[in-house]
Write a protein that binds this ligand. Structure first.
Ligand code: 5BU
Length: 278
């Protein structure tokens, strides 16, 4: 597709959604396509990892959270997170993976302990309930300028999100371009599942891809890793999501985390430059 060869900056006008525009503009400005996934259970560790990575190089585009795994959560954490995102100019992606009926997901997104819509620029949902899930989430997120990704594919061994399921996810997104800005997927989705009469040649979706690792092939629970180059250059994904590859499993040394982030950032950006200049 044409979006595959375009610069991130030149794709801003392909989107009406303000979060999509913000993401692409931030990528162009920071020269980064790296999302850091921080899956730690202590609020202080979460803040420490962001502080370890963000100030040194300022290249990180996203921090991806699972806010419901934090044991010592209270809303002051959100205020601290918001302060950091303003200070270091990055975007939050709460990896909530909503999966219920429209009415329920609207409540889960706006309310409860976490009030995700109030702070997270981007979130995601399983397409399994059908269009009603987009209706529910967009009723909350669209007025706030938020964006949504659908889970078109997953990185795990034996994932059921394949074939016609993936194609249906893309069709759902195509009908809701104002709010659905792309996918969690393993490859580009432009034109996927479109009929012959439809012209999808200029279609553009953001592809965020998890399952990225330079030193491991997977973990003991079904995760599968590939390199930034395979994802960005080989498969046309736009943003790499890296968790344990950056913050490790035990060492929380600030300079180790910062150095690993720099390494993934450099690999991801080099793969993007190779792609647009190829
Ligand atoms: P890792 O430490 O780089 O393996 O973490 C990957 C993160 O991405 C983790 O937060 C997962 O919940 C998330 N993830 C994933 O790994 N694979 C998927 O298909 C989806 C999300 Br969707």
């Amino acid at each position: 597709s044409s979006a595959y060869k375009k610069t991130y900056g030149n794709r801003v006008s392909n989107f009406s959604n303000p979060t999509a525009k913000l993401i692409l503009e931030t990528m162009e400005r920071k020269k980064s396509n790296l999302a850091v996934s921080v899956d730690v259970t202590d609020a202080n560790d979460l803040l420490a990892i962001i502080e370890a990575v963000a100030p040194y190089h300022s290249h990180e585009l996203f921090f991806k959270t699972h806010i419901d795994i934090i044991q010592n959560f209270d809303f002051s954490l959100i205020e601290k997170l918001q302060h950091l995102s303003q200070k270091y100019d990055f975007v939050y992606f709460e990896d909530r993976k909503f999966a219920d009926i429209g009415n329920t997901v609207a409540l889960q997104y706006s309310s409860g302990v976490y009030k995700i819509a109030s702070w997270s620029h981007l979130t995601n949902a399983h397409p399994v309930p059908g269009l009603s899930i987009i209706k529910g989430l967009s009723s909350v997120g669209l007025p706030l300028g938020r964006g949504l990704l659908l889970l078109a594919e997953m990185s795990t061994k034996g994932s059921l999100a394949v074939g016609t399921y993936t194609e249906e996810a893309v069709r759902m997104a195509r009908q809701n371009r104002d709010f659905v800005i792309g996918f969690i997927a393993q490859k580009r989705m432009d034109g996927v599942g479109s009929s012959e009469e439809e012209d999808t040649s200029d279609e553009d979706f953001l592809i965020l891809t998890p399952g990225i690792g330079l030193d491991a092939k997977g973990d003991s629970m079904g995760q599968q890793y590939r390199t930034p180059r395979e994802a960005i250059f080989g498969s046309g994904c736009d943003i790499i999501i890296v968790g344990r590859g950056i913050y490790g499993t035990d060492s929380k040394a600030v300079d180790t985390i910062a150095a690993q982030a720099e390494r993934y950032m450099a690999e991801g950006w080099a793969a993007y430059l190779a792609r647009i200049n190829n």
